[in-house]
Design a protein around this ligand. Structure first.
Ligand code: ADP
Length: 458
């Protein structure tokens, strides 16, 4: 028999559960379907959280090493297996926390299974128990994204971010040599983690630029600060990966020349692609070049079918998915009449390399030269940066020249992933350089650099 629900979420990641909880709290019956059988999607399974559990441990190791001559003594070694256990423990703790939240909320169920659309209101769920069908008043497609596997000979010999960061990861000891294919943020982050731990890492990027699509001034500055053990080759084309008695031989072309290197591990990080649930296209849901096509109210061509998060590909980041999920909830509660809209242009993005870079809003590469007034603050002169011996990098803020309204910013270096939140809050509040300059930001913390950058204009 077909069961009735008010909202059916395809997926249980960041794009799904905020809407699920909000609707359940408003009295609606909600079903989330996810083959993982747990909440949080890929962010917790293999993405943001486990990769940062690794990153922050490596960052601590790095700090201790830097302070060997600055007040700390003694030798510290990395136990890679223990580091992976720490990562796994963070994941288990968060899964348990989410399970408790779910159990404490009436009217939400999570079903372990895969959903497919039969028609605009009917969803089939395939699970170990067989197939169930549901009639849903509203559907939220939140099926996320997955690692893109290119048709590269030997791709199956490579590890991906899924293998590296999933619970019970593939690597349990530190490799001596590694090739990373792909110069996007996932490849570059992973490259810096392993390079800081002592692996000799070669990163191969097909295009001319690393972190293509991000402000070149930010990227160029970041590139000068990356670990010494990391070699980057751009404009190269990987031909194949071969097995060589358990080792991996990577063959690539560099300016017409064939080059090869034998390493312990090859990581393939050439992007992610949206996961489109079966049936979506046959009921007429349209795709664009990002994923499922939606406007800022997140509706598909059916007003009661929404697509949020990585599956629409607009801003494939967890926090963007969470906000989009709430937009969906608000629009459902308003009777599928758009009342709330996602702002795709103001989402903080951090590249969690060692050191990190972060940006938000409009940057000069997008605005065109001279369109924005720039303000700058270098960490060279910053108290906290000097205390921590982290004097490299800077904060840049971009303002509309006439009004001095904040339009965007970036940070390379110290506390970038936190500072971008402060700049983002100012941006969301519509603040100007005057507002930022008037604020007595705290000394000696890195955030005072935001006010100081603004003050440099006056
Ligand atoms: P987002 O951040 O957009 O929520 P995630 O990739 O973190 O994206 O989460 C999406 C979740 O949706 C993943 O856990 C994935 O396994 C799940 N999923 C993908 N396809 C389906 C499907 N057809 N039915 C149910 N769940 C799905």
């Amino acid at each position: 028999a077909t069961q009735e629900v008010d909202l059916l979420c395809i997926g249980a990641g960041g794009a799904a559960y905020p809407a699920a909880f909000r609707l359940a709290k408003a009295g609606h019956e909600v079903l989330m379907v996810d083959p993982k059988g747990v909440m949080s999607g890929n962010c917790l399974y293999e993405g943001c959280v486990p990769s940062k559990a690794v990153r922050e441990t490596v960052a601590l190791y790095d700090d201790v090493q830097r302070f060997q001559s600055l007040g700390l003594q003694g030798h510290i070694a990395v136990d890679f297996a223990a580091l992976m256990q720490h990562k796994d423990a963070v994941q288990s703790r968060r899964y348990a926390q989410h399970a408790e939240e779910l159990a404490a909320t009436p009217r939400i169920r999570l079903c372990k299974g895969v959903a497919r659309l039969l028609d605009a209101h009917t969803v089939a769920v395939d699970s170990d128990q067989g197939t169930d069908t549901y009639r849903a008043a509203h559907i939220l497609i939140a099926s996320g994204s997955d690692v893109f596997l290119p048709p590269l000979p030997g791709a199956e010999l490579c590890l991906t971010s899924h293998d590296l960061y999933k619970p019970g990861p593939a690597l349990q000891s530190l490799p001596d040599e590694m090739v990373i294919i792909g110069g996007g943020y996932i490849g570059l982050e992973t490259a810096t983690f392993f390079a800081r731990l002592g692996t000799r890492v070669t990163l191969l990027q097909k295009g001319e630029r690393i972190l293509a699509g991000m402000d070149p001034a930010m990227v160029d500055q970041l590139l000068t600060l990356l670990p010494a053990g990391l070699q980057i080759h751009t404009d190269v084309e990987v031909q194949r990966v071969e097995d060589q008695a358990g080792r991996r031989q990577v063959v690539w072309r560099d300016q017409g020349r064939e080059v090869s290197q034998s390493v312990d591990v090859v990581v393939l990080a050439v992007g992610r692609h949206p996961v489109i649930p079966e049936g979506a296209e046959s009921i007429g849901i349209e795709l664009d070049h990002h994923g499922i096509g939606v406007g800022s109210a997140l509706q598909t061509r059916y007003p009661h079918i929404y697509a949020a998060g990585d599956v629409n590909g607009r801003v494939p980041l967890f926090h963007a998915a969470v906000r989009q999920s709430l937009v969906v909830a608000h629009n459902i509660l308003a009777g599928n009449v758009p009342t709330d809209y996602a702002d795709f242009s103001q989402v903080p993005t951090t590249v969690f390399t060692l050191p990190a870079a972060a940006y938000i809003g409009l940057t000069p590469d997008k605005a065109g030269s001279g369109a924005l007034l720039e303000a700058q603050y270098s960490f060279k002169e910053d108290a906290r940066a000097q205390i921590l011996e982290r004097r490299e990098g800077e904060i840049r803020l971009f303002f509309e020249p006439d009004t001095l309204r904040l339009k965007g910013g970036w940070i390379v270096g110290l506390d970038a992933g936190s500072l971008i939140g402060q700049i983002g809050t100012a941006l969301a509040a519509g603040m100007t350089a005057y507002d930022l300059a008037r604020f007595a930001d705290q000394h000696p913390m890195s955030a005072e650099g935001v006010s100081k950058a603004a003050r440099s204009l006056f």
